[in-house]
Design a protein around this ligand. Structure first.
Ligand code: 1PR
Length: 529
């Protein structure tokens, strides 16, 4: 029986599912007494440092945790739970941590790369710790903007480090008390093995050893993401579909490329680094009445142990009974159902239009609200841009690029117009306005689609990716147009994109994820195997 410290923020369902998959029962710690008497306690830290610490204090759980830790009773902390061991964090000035290890948790500088660090990085084990038994140098899934400094952590605690700009602390352990900066429950089978090592033995053992390759720098892998566009077909069945330039009908019928839960499992087994579900018609209906989509997420998170993103319909809504739901309410339901990240499309465009008009950011937008509670890393902005060609930059107020692919009348310039409602409606907002304002509001990642390339198999729009990547410091996922493995190496070699997403070629089994990864690795581009 494993006790989980779930204080109601974020996706704790994945940890629960991972523990159950490994054959153990889970109960919740509801009181300080539960924390003290539990045989084994897991604390999945989700959300910002401040919200985690404040929540712990509110219930008096901080004191119980400290007592448990001083009694050396088996404890595993995940992500922010590792950071909680320190005095405080730059993320939440003035909020005290547990103060078990001295020092402040710092923000990654921009020079480290895109912040947050999102994706698969390596571990440098500095001790022989039983948690890492059978660990075979696999990459683990990290998602964080703040890190614990190695210099603050004594040899007594340090078991693993990782590089991202700085060498930071990715694992600590003393006696039976351990904490990991990465998410074992999201790190595929390799992560489950680590979790299993904690669950199956009564104590954790650590012995120091000289580390041969501890000087070698670790690298964040480029992510390969499988995307499932989901909607109901004309018979009312929820299907994975795929459009050509967003048109998903063929001979009048919605294309049916499979069942969402089955396909997600297939992509997990085939080595996808993340899976994204987009509920592509959610702009029409209220998503919380769309129980099948929540069910897809719940079922997928039972057997898919890599990050899940869900998009479509994340916005405020008043139902027919006059009941109001904020975008945060909608997102919270998705997080509770197993989503690690939510993706906002149309509502992000509306928000940016309002900011451009009023010049104000008042904290009321869906992006601000969700980011404040769940952290920037949980908020993805899905952008659906389309090229608008012009003869000269003076013809528009929007930011243009000079393009190698001229328009139908030989126009040498274009800007990228943002659209809403699945490309049905173009708005007077360009992609740079959209991504920069969304970043400033607290978005943590950009999913950059491209209507012109979607479903064409002609490769990613390299010009678009460079245009956007140069404007933001958060990670960017290149999407739309992948037709063969070379297209992935091309986008990673010619741009600094952090991830590449594809749909059609994977659904139609034209290319396997393993082939894509082999191709990327053959160019010495870091990637999770
Ligand atoms: O606006 O917040 O409700 O979110 C709706 C979401 O649904 C948005 O993220 C939007 O991108 C998506 N969406 C809406 N309509 C469509 C459509 O296809 N008719 N799909 C749609 C977007 C783009 C990618 C696609 C890649 C790769 N699809 O998801 O998977 O382009 O495709 P490829 O590899 O086959 O070229 P809101």
């Amino acid at each position: 029986m494993i006790t989980l410290l779930d204080y109601g923020a974020g996706n704790v369902r994945s940890v629960r599912n991972a523990i159950r998959t490994l054959g153990y029962e889970v109960i919740d710690a509801k009181s300080s007494a539960d924390i003290l008497v539990a045989d084994k306690l897991i604390f999945p830290g989700v959300g910002s440092f401040g919200s985690v610490m404040n929540q712990l204090r509110k219930d008096g759980f901080d004191q119980a945790l400290k007592q448990r830790i001083s009694q050396n009773k088996p404890f595993l902390g995940i992500c922010v739970a590792l950071q909680a061991f320190f005095d405080g964090s730059e993320e939440s000035p003035g909020v005290e941590g547990l103060g078990i290890i001295p020092g402040m948790v710092r923000r990654f500088p921009e020079s480290a790369g895109a912040v947050p660090q999102i994706g698969w990085n390596d571990l440098k084990l500095v001790s022989d710790c039983s948690l890492f038994k059978k660990y075979n140098q696999e990459k683990m899934y990290f998602v964080h903007s703040y890190y614990a400094e190695k210099r603050n952590v004594s040899d007594e605690w340090l078991v693993a480090t990782t590089d991202y700009g700085h060498e930071f602390v990715s694992g600590i352990c003393r006696g039976n008390i351990a904490a990991l900066q990465f998410h074992p429950e999201k790190s595929g089978q390799a992560g489950l093995n680590i979790l299993h090592n904690f669950l199956k033995s009564d104590e954790i053992t650590v012995s120091k050893r000289p580390q041969k390759d501890s000087q070698k720098k670790t690298s964040l892998g480029k992510r390969i993401i499988a995307c499932l566009d989901v909607r109901s077909n004309d018979n009312g069945d929820l299907v994975v579909t795929k459009g050509d330039q967003y048109d998903v009908r063929e001979s009048g019928e919605v294309r049916n490329l499979g069942k969402p839960v089955e396909l997600a499992k297939r992509y997990f087994d085939e080595g996808a680094d993340e899976i994204t579900f987009l509920n592509i018609t959610a702009f029409r209906d209220f998503p919380l009445s769309d129980q099948p989509m929540l069910e897809v997420l719940k079922q997928s998170s039972e057997n898919v142990f890599v990050p899940l993103t869900i998009g479509g319909g994340i916005r405020e809504f008043t139902d027919s009974d006059g009941r109001y739901y904020s975008a945060l309410d909608v997102a919270s339901e998705y997080f509770r159902s197993g989503a690690d990240k939510i993706s906002i499309g149309s509502d992000a465009v509306t928000t940016v239009e309002m900011v451009l008009e009023s010049g104000k950011k008042d904290g009321s937008s869906s992006i601000e609200q969700i980011s404040h509670v769940y952290g920037a890393q949980a908020v993805v902005i899905s952008v659906d841009p389309r090229r608008v060609y012009v003869n000269s930059p003076d013809e528009t107020v929007h930011q243009v690029i000079e393009t190698e692919f001229p328009g139908p009348n030989g126009e040498k310039y274009c800007w990228y117009q943002c659209t809403v409602k699945g490309g049905r409606e173009g708005r007077d907002v360009d992609v740079i306005q959209l991504v920069t304002i969304c970043e400033s509001l607290g978005a943590g990642e950009i999913l950059l689609n491209c209507i012109d390339r979607d479903g064409t198999n002609s490769g990613f729009d390299i010009e678009l990716v460079n245009h956007v990547k140069s404007a933001v410091s958060i990670p960017v996922i290149a999407s739309s147009g992948a037709g063969k493995p070379d297209h992935f190496s091309e986008v990673f070699l010619k741009t600094d994109t952090d991830a590449a997403l594809a749909a059609g070629i994977f659904h139609r089994k034209e290319v396997e994820i393993a082939e894509v990864k082999q191709e990327i690795a053959s160019h010495n581009i870091p990637v999770r195997k």
